[in-house]
Design a protein around this ligand. Structure first.
Ligand SMILES: [Mn+2]
Length: 237
């Protein structure tokens, strides 16, 4: 069998579902597994998710970024959810997170993996960290990004601007179903919100999902917008 590259969407502590997905895919040591960021927060097992990713590959997500930014902050000054994650992680986990890349190129597939998105008109290596970690609804050349539910009129989801050449695989934005576009492939299907954990499997670009075992976080208080994918991703939930 051809060696596969498997890119997995946001875990957010959903370790059981991660194992379900790897089991469904019958992953072996010849497969390359890449986690697309946001391993931690909201869900039940952040430590186990980090340790799973440490045995494979990952890129940084905005949740990891926040933990690194607040690494020296006293636990009582963290949000309750972040304090719970912090308590579950050791220094060695944070050290490993600090070494994660913001971007992984997969040139053999004409692809790249980022956590959130990219802006048109600049090479992948010239994308701002803020874009790679946070991009949602944008209005290039402005580098600001808005949550879909808060985007001004005319701002569109970044996938509607990006024309490649790379096919960019991304998580971060919970989609009502995976997005398999010509130049953008969205695989965050909201596992921690009781939906599904999704992977895209290269070279065939097959999408594989397993259901969440439960709703670990709930739709309330998560701040996550829901989308309908029609002519690309709408900026309005
Ligand atoms: Mn994210």
């Amino acid at each position: 069998m051809t060696a596969r590259t498997i890119v997995v969407g946001d875990l957010h502590g959903c370790h059981e579902e991660a194992l379900d997905l790897l089991d469904r895919l019958a992953v072996t040591s010849s497969d390359r597994v890449i986690f697309a960021g946001d391993l931690v927060d909201r869900g039940p097992k952040p430590r186990e998710c980090v340790e799973l990713a440490m045995r494979h590959e990952a890129i940084l997500g905005n949740h990891e970024e926040k933990h690194l930014q607040q690494r020296r902050r006293a636990p009582e000054r963290l949000s309750p959810d972040h304090a719970r994650t912090r308590a579950a992680l050791d220094e060695r986990h944070l050290d490993w997170l600090a070494g994660l890349p913001l971007l992984l190129r997969l040139p053999e597939h004409g692809a790249a993996v980022v956590h959130a998105g990219v802006l048109p008109g600049r090479a992948l290596e010239e994308q701002l960290p803020h874009t790679l970690l946070h991009a949602q609804c944008v209005s290039p050349p402005a580098t600001k990004s808005h949550w879909p539910s808060k985007a001004p009129p005319g701002w569109r989801f970044w996938t509607q601007h990006w024309r490649g050449p790379e096919r960019v695989i991304f998580g971060h934005t919970v989609l009502d179903r995976p997005l398999l576009g010509a130049h953008a492939v969205g695989i965050d299907t909201g596992c921690v919100h009781g939906r599904a954990l999704t992977a895209v499997v290269l070279p065939g670009w097959e999408l594989v999902s397993v259901p969440a075992r439960r709703d670990w976080w709930g739709p309330k208080g998560g701040g996550v917008a829901r989308y309908e994918v029609q002519d690309g991703v709408s900026c309005f939930s």
